[in-house]
Design a protein. Structure first.
Length: 736
């Protein structure tokens, strides 16, 4: 047993395959070595008994299964000699070949069997019971295993993750290796980071200013900045950013950008006073959104003169007297195909939505309710006493053959509904907005509801704000705080913050308390005490109904540190409780976790096991119910479903005892504890504080420095997002 670079090397033959995961290539097997049978684990996709292996890794002690050799690198050798080949084929790993056929084939072709299967499959038809068609299928099955193995071995030399290789092979098949040799940057499309593909390309001998590298860098800069909310980048900024990334020279970057524009990958145009560069899909989404909304707004076929009588009838049936703003919203909904309704907490948005829904019912309209997140949809369903879905589920989100997001409903298959009411519209990015609009049949009404003063969407664009500021759509802004809401200090404080006024922190009572802690350690201790002792015992609020928020991830009072402290306090390690380390967090059975990206393909089952479906969405919060070491699976139970995550998919989860204010968008919590902590300048702004305060439904406690709160209230600076939607809406309305 050799040791090199801290890794041991062992050799042997795969004797028994215990477990194999086709999605991530993880395998557990018994390896027959000179020293006897050992258990080996690691990424060895498509492994079959009979294969000779050279493994590099280290010995570990598994808490349940004892000593194992954990392979970090595997070299696989096909079996040599008739006996070894027979044992390999007899396992059934090759389609149409079992023990009997394996014997017939090896008896006929001997040591040349594998070469015959791969390169001369027509000769297999000489054997009784194997047709020409079956021979081709046998060869295809074998070559698939060989091709994936070769791809894995090729990419592993450059440190590319096995998961990327599997995704690449699923799409490109036997040509995958050649495709990567021609352009390593295609790996980015299959989950590799730009820097991983770049390091591989440079090591393979690609020049620093080669077209493949520069074009990939330009595309990376535009894609990366989608995460910063930009739908486009100005030409000069894109060129400068690309040059800073790879230092290939601005002239080279300009030439690459010109090529990408000619091939249609990037669109360059004048909009909002900018020389704008878009990824094609984003340009198309923004253009379509502007045109469709303008077309809807200009449709005059919806005028309804008897709206006042219907509103009076709704008031009587609902037992509510509407304010002037609410009556205006309902009247406009009756006579307009598209409407925006916005306002802060306590201004009656929910009552207005219920009124509009009742009005649509009276008009005989089939109305659909939806929201961007599962929690927002659930809340909407509860307050309206009507089913509501996430927008993604409503549209039938799925992953296409090439890994792109597609929807069942669109222009060619619109939703069979007469009206759609969308809550939490400030969270909708440009891609989702365009997809929703494409799914609305001609004549379908749209009502967008939300709080324009909250943080904008996590995804690209400034959709809700751009629509309002364009003044193309009828917009009702509710400003009157109703008497019942005025009794809430949370509501009053939210409106004070939004107007730039410091809330009253000294008179802490009712549903809002401020606990001044200028020492970070004392502040953290106070937050832990509130979650574990003070709120559960003194106010009867269980930890499951408490959500800790922080503006930042990093810092003693950031979510990363708070999650570790809260985990130790609320879910300490006990005998029999399994754990899985991933990144800088040790996930544990019983942990509160959150899905942090949309996954449209992952399977779920209802908790009773009677129903199943696909899709878990960004913001869904659940609890880890089980960790299976053998199957390498983490099971999470959400409100109404159970989901199994492969170890490779744990990067889709985050601990959720504490979460950033941005991640809390679209959700409400019974009790919120906000850490008022120094953070990056772009986080110490009014909109972050306002969004945090409005997440609290019954109780808000701010722990920290009142100086931080004062700075956030005074700072109304909004991070600029490059978006052309507002300008396009104005232009489209002028054309109409």
């Amino acid at each position: 047993m050799e040791e090199q670079n801290g890794l041991l090397t062992i050799e042997g033959t795969a004797a028994v395959l215990i477990y194999q995961n086709p999605e991530n290539g993880y395998a557990v097997l018994r390896l027959e070595t000179e020293d006897g049978l050992v258990t080996a684990v690691g990424c060895m996709p498509g492994i079959s008994p009979g294969e000779d292996l050279v493994l590099k890794g280290k010995w570990i002690i598994h808490p349940s299964y004892g000593e194992q050799f954990k392979a970090e690198w595997a070299q696989r050798r096909m079996p040599v000699g008739s006996a070894a080949i027979f044992r390999y084929l007899a396992t059934g790993s090759i389609k149409h070949i079992g023990p009997s056929k394996a014997k017939d084939i090896v008896d006929r072709f001997g040591d040349e069997t594998l070469d015959i299967i791969e390169n001369h499959p027509e000769k297999l038809a000489e054997i009784r019971g194997i047709s020409e068609k079956k021979a081709r299928e046998i060869s295809t099955s074998f070559r698939r295993q060989v091709s994936l193995r070769r791809l894995m071995e090729f990419l592993s030399q450059y440190g590319i993750k096995p998961y990327v290789a599997i995704q690449l092979y699923h799409q490109l098949g036997d040509i995958a290796v050649d495709a990567v040799r021609d352009n390593p940057y295609i790996l980015i499309e299959f989950g590799a980071e730009f820097f991983e593909a770049d390091a591989m390309a440079l090591e393979m001998g690609f020049e620093g200013d080669c077209p493949q590298r520069v074009e990939a860098a330009v595309m990376f800069e535009l894609s990366h900045n989608l995460n910063n909310g930009h739908t486009f980048l100005p030409y000069s900024k894109l060129i400068a950013a690309t040059n800073q990334l790879i230092e290939a020279g601005e002239d080279v970057a300009k030439e690459a950008l010109e090529v990408l524009c000619e091939t249609g990958h990037i669109v360059r145009c004048e909009v909002a006073g900018q020389d704008a560069c878009y990824l094609y899909d984003i340009f198309d989404a923004e253009l379509y959104t502007a045109k469709r909304i303008s077309d809807m707004a200009s449709n005059t076929a919806f005028s309804y003169e008897n709206a006042e009588n219907l509103i009076n009838r709704v008031e009587r049936e609902q037992g509510v007297t509407y304010s002037e703003g609410q009556r205006k919203a309902v009247a406009l909904a009756a006579s307009n195909p598209v409407l925006v309704l916005t306002g802060g907490p306590g201004t009656g948005k929910t009552t207005s939505v219920r009124a509009i829904l009742a009005l649509f019912d009276m008009l005989g309209l089939d109305t659909t309710l939806c929201a961007p997140t599962g929690r927002a949809a659930k809340r909407m369903s509860e307050v309206c006493n009507r089913d509501a879905a996430t927008i993604h589920r409503l549209l039938g989100a799925m992953m296409g053959e090439n890994g792109e997001l597609t929807f069942e409903h669109g222009v060619d298959n619109p939703l069979e509904t007469d009206a759609v009411i969308v809550d939490e519209s400030s969270m909708i990015d440009i891609n989702l907005m365009a997809s929703l609009l494409r799914a609305l049949k001609p004549g379908c009404r749209l009502v967008m509801v939300g709080d324009a003063d909250q943080l904008p969407s996590v995804g690209p664009g400034n959709v809700f704000s751009d629509i309002i500021r364009s003044e193309v759509i009828n917009t009702v802004r509710l400003t009157e705080i109703f008497r019942q809401a005025q009794e809430s200090k949370i509501v009053r404080s939210a409106h004070m913050i939004n107007s730039g006024t410091m809330p009253d922190l000294k008179n802490s009572n009712g549903d809002f308390f401020f606990l001044k802690r200028t020492d970070n350690q004392r502040a953290a201790d106070t937050i832990i005490s509130l979650c574990t002792e003070r709120l559960p015992k003194n106010m009867g609020i269980p930890p499951s109904e408490i959500q800790v928020l922080s503006p930042t991830r990093r810092h003693e009072l950031g979510t990363q540190n708070l999650n570790k402290l809260l985990q130790n306090a609320l879910n300490p390690l006990t005998d029999g409780k399994k754990e899985k380390e991933y990144g800088d967090f040790l996930y544990r059975e019983g942990d509160k976790v959150m899905q942090i990206r949309n996954n449209y393909d992952i399977m779920w089952k209802t908790l009773d096991g009677l129903h199943q479906g696909t899709g878990v969405f960004n913001g869904d919060v659940g609890v880890i119910s089980a960790i299976d070491y053998q199957r390498e699976i983490v099971t999470v139970e959400y409100d109404d479903k159970r989901v199994e995550y492969l170890y490779e998919q744990i990067n889709e989860l985050e601990p959720a005892y504490a979460m950033t204010v941005h991640k809390s968008q679209g959700s409400e919590y019974g009790a919120v504890i906000l850490a008022a902590v120094d953070s990056a300048p772009q986080l110490q702004v009014r909109s972050v504080l306002y969004t945090a305060v409005t997440r609290a439904k019954k109780l808000l406690i701010i722990v920290g420095d009142d100086g931080v709160i004062a700075r956030m209230v005074a700072n109304d600076r909004r991070t600029r997002r490059y978006s052309g939607l507002r300008a396009r809406l104005v232009m489209e309305s002028q054309v109409v």
